[in-house]
Write a protein that binds this ligand. Structure first.
Ligand SMILES: [Zn+2]
Length: 281
């Protein structure tokens, strides 16, 4: 089975502000290992081999105020994934308030071959549907992604990083996006964890174009959070959020997921098939 982890944070940590980097260091031992993976795609691929993961999506996004991350992340991730584009899937972003020309920056993302766009409302300090409040640039991002067949991942749920604003984490704001951009593939990261799961589940059933990325949810608790997961297995993707605080190792999450009382076909769908549908081999 070809397993894809649709959500790992391999990114240029040297761009991080002091606050977020402290959170990362405090949350885990051996942070130097992570820095080495960020320097060397070969080292990361070796790690992925060791945990039985074939492909990983490298989540990168522009969030200067909270995280320190600038538009340079796009070039960075595109270059990094060139090492093995079959196994390393790039994710980049454009921030409506930090781009002089959103359309040109989105076209550049497409030209770079970036395969996922990330919107992180609590770190980018915006609502996912802010185009309904006059932020036209956000509609340009969704429209360009939709036209080019590039999926968009939107963070939902809380964040513990300093200065993150959690009001933006409510998944209900994805409802507008799903309605207004019906052909856009929307990946809802974290399923509103840990306070908005009923909203998340409603949207997943309501909208054909909304998918669930289970990263950041401890696999042991997944069926407590989403007791009817089997009903949405066809649109659910396995992801870990490694190496974020609380996720020391991909293998641990994978083992816990495999131990869940789910039929083999459902396991295979979530670990492998949904991601293959979104990013074919
Ligand atoms: Zn994440």
């Amino acid at each position: 089975m070809l397993i894809t982890d649709c959500h790992i944070h391999i990114q240029p940590y040297e761009m991080f502000k002091a606050g977020p980097i402290e959170v990362m260091k405090k949350a885990r031992g051996h942070f130097e290992d992570i820095l080495e993976y960020c320097r060397s795609p070969k080292a990361l691929l070796k790690y992925l081999d060791s945990v039985g993961v074939e492909r990983a999506v490298l989540i990168n996004y522009v969030a200067p105020e909270v995280m320190g991350l600038t538009t340079e992340v796009n070039q960075w991730v595109a270059k990094y994934c060139k090492e093995d584009p079959k196994r390393l899937i790039s994710c980049g972003s454009v921030h409506p308030r930090h781009s002089a020309n959103v359309k040109a920056d989105m076209d550049e993302i497409v030209r770079l071959g970036i395969r996922l766009i990330k919107i992180h409302p609590p770190h980018q300090l915006l609502y996912a549907n802010d185009y309904t409040n006059g932020v036209k640039e956000l509609a340009t991002i969704y429209r360009t992604a939709e036209a080019n067949g590039v999926p968009v991942m939107i963070h939902t749920g809380t964040s513990i990083f300093p200065h993150a604003r959690n009001k933006y984490g409510d998944p209900i704001f994805l409802d507008d996006v799903a309605v207004d951009f019906p052909k856009l593939k929307i990946l809802m990261a974290h399923g509103g964890r840990p306070i908005w799961m009923p909203t998340a589940f409603f949207l997943l059933r309501r909208h054909r174009n909304v998918h669930l990325d289970v990263s950041g949810i401890p696999p042991k608790l997944l069926l407590k959070y989403f007791p009817r997961l089997e009903e949405i297995a066809g649109k659910t993707l396995f992801g870990t959020d490694w190496p974020s605080p609380g996720i020391p190792d991909i293998k641990q999450n994978l083992d816990q997921f495999k131990a869940l009382p789910l039929p083999q076909a459902v396991q295979e769908q979530v670990l492998s098939k949904t991601a293959l549908g979104i990013w074919p081999k």
